[in-house]
Design a protein around this ligand. Structure first.
Ligand code: FPP
Length: 261
């Protein structure tokens, strides 16, 4: 399930063998990018300055995740609850995908990244939707890292939609109730082709999931960082992955070799 990958834990001496580790690299990393507003406030700047800075972090974390061998990176970019924010902030957040893709899409294409999105995209302003759809289209044949933006995404809404589709299929006799398994529910969520996240990172010091991928995170390893998202850098990502690599995932079972005790 995990690929072994060797990378240098220190930034300076790439040849120092003592710093090399064989790490289990999570296939799918999901991130709740929190703390943009507080990052800006600390500097006496408007909240939107934090969101602007956040785009640079998205770029460098994407690049580093790809370099380390992560296959899927899902980023919580805008939640179904974020509409409750002041209009000027929502407007600014809605312009970010276009701004981000205008600035970085060429580089992402060079990096062989495939852009995807999940969420109710129908409510997005046309310029946001156009930018996202164009990035998806232009990168659809790329075979590298999948960069999956959760945009107007909420886990409860996702599950409600899945349930409605399944109920309809039962009514139309495409499915019988006994056939509704965990796998069937998974297949009706928004990105059925992606594996569940192996590692969830939340920055900004809050310890909650905020309606993010609740079904898919059932057995995901959680990592909380105090750092605000704009401060999160390559080393921060490596620290999170190092923490992940040191854990034993048991999926409700027992640690290998301890069955007889
Ligand atoms: C949470 O911080 C962050 C968001 C609601 C927006 C996330 C958006 C980005 C990281 C920008 C990148 C976007 C693209 C398209 C690449 P917060 O505002 O809740 O921070 P706070 O908790 O300090 O107030």
């Amino acid at each position: 399930m995990f690929e072994k990958f060797s990378f240098n834990m220190g930034k300076k001496d790439k040849t120092n063998r003592d710093e090399q580790r064989d790490l289990k690299i999570p296939k799918h990393v999901a991130i709740i990018m929190d703390g943009n507003g507080r990052w800006a406030k600390k500097r006496g700047l408007p909240r939107i300055a934090g969101h602007r800075e956040a785009m640079k972090t998205v770029k460098r974390v994407t690049k580093e995740a790809d370099r380390l061998g992560v296959k899927v990176l899902t980023l919580y970019t805008f939640s179904t609850e974020n509409w409750k924010r002041p209009k000027n902030e929502v407007d600014f957040l809605m312009k970010l995908p276009e701004q981000f893709l205008n600035t970085y899409l060429v580089e992402l294409i060079e990096q062989n990244v495939r852009v995807q999105a999940m969420g109710d995209l129908s409510r997005l302003p046309s310029y946001t939707l156009k930018a996202v759809e164009s990035a998806i289209e232009r990168t659809k044949n790329n075979t590298g890292l999948v960069l999956n933006f959760a945009l107007n995404y909420g886990s409860h809404a996702e599950i409600v939609d899945a349930v409605k589709t399944i109920v309809r299929k039962v009514q139309e006799q495409e499915l019988v109730v006994e056939e509704v398994t965990e796998q069937v529910i998974s297949q009706h969520l928004m990105c059925p082709s992606l594996p569940d996240p192996d590692l969830l990172i939340r920055t900004g010091g809050e310890l909650r999931l905020s309606n993010f991928m609740l079904w898919q995170l059932a057995y995901t390893e959680l990592y909380f960082s105090e750092e605000y998202w704009p401060d999160f850098d390559e080393q921060s990502l490596r620290n999170a992955i190092q923490s992940f690599a040191a854990r034993q995932r048991r999926y409700g079972g027992l640690e290998k070799g301890s069955e007889k005790n």
